[in-house]
Design a protein around this ligand. Structure first.
Ligand code: ADP
Length: 199
């Protein structure tokens, strides 16, 4: 069976930097966030289901999903969030499986901020955590997106704790130094994954 590595980490931990490095080595990367946007694109059956369940207000004037309106609607309503997840999660999972099957590289990677939270690790052979202190996460995420401290802290609070992720991950890279330090650690994991993929 093909080796599938699940890559995860909190906001600002360096997931995107790490996955870009693996892509440069020729490794196919499936990004769960990208897939989640693809399954609700204009004309998709999932978007039609969302309209049928919630109403026309989930659409923008151009017919695309009004993410913000939907996000605000489900924010304080557990039942609505449950409905949303029931519609989107199976479609996201199916599309991830399909993209992983189509990917052609010695091993493949699934990048997901919610790898453990959404049980997407079930689709992978092993997991790699990009780990960083909360202080570094906040510093990097605020520099990248210009989000407020409060917004970033809310996202961190909603994600699984750093300790829980450390316990569940097969491999951990501490991204607490220069990017070169991150890449050096990824290089040795890449060699390990190549060796595992040949078994
Ligand atoms: P994530 O995808 O986990 O949210 P990113 O990979 O986008 O995190 O990293 C957040 C920001 O921090 C990006 O602008 C990235 O270039 C930067 N960054 C990541 N790791 C380092 C590092 N070791 N040194 C300096 N900047 C970093």
């Amino acid at each position: 069976m093909r080796l599938i590595v699940g890559l995860t980490g909190g906001i600002g931990s360096g997931k995107s930097a790490a996955s870009a490095w693996f892509e440069q080595q020729g490794i196919c990367v499936v990004d769960a966030d990208v897939v989640a946007r693809e399954v609700v694109q204009l004309g998709s059956p999932v978007l039609q289901q969302l309209v049928a369940s919630f109403g026309d207000w989930v659409l923008l004037e151009n017919g695309e999903l009004n993410r913000r309106a939907l996000r605000e609607h489900v924010f304080a309503d557990d039942q609505a969030r449950h409905t949303l997840n029931q519609i989107t999660h199976p479609a996201i999972r199916a599309a991830i499986v399909e993209q992983l099957e189509q990917a052609s590289s010695p091993y493949v990677m699934l990048v997901s901020p919610l790898l453990f939270e959404s049980q997407q690790n079930e689709l992978t052979s092993r997991s790699l955590l990009i780990d960083a202190s909360i202080e570094l996460q906040i510093q990097r995420a605020s520099m990248r997106d210009g989000q407020s401290l409060e917004q970033i802290q809310n996202i961190i609070a909603a994600q699984m704790s750093r300790e829980q992720k450390q316990q569940r991950a097969d491999d951990i890279v501490l991204n607490d130094g220069e990017l070169e330090h991150l890449y050096a650690q990824l290089r040795s994991l890449h060699l390990k994954y190549l060796a595992l993929s040949e078994q």
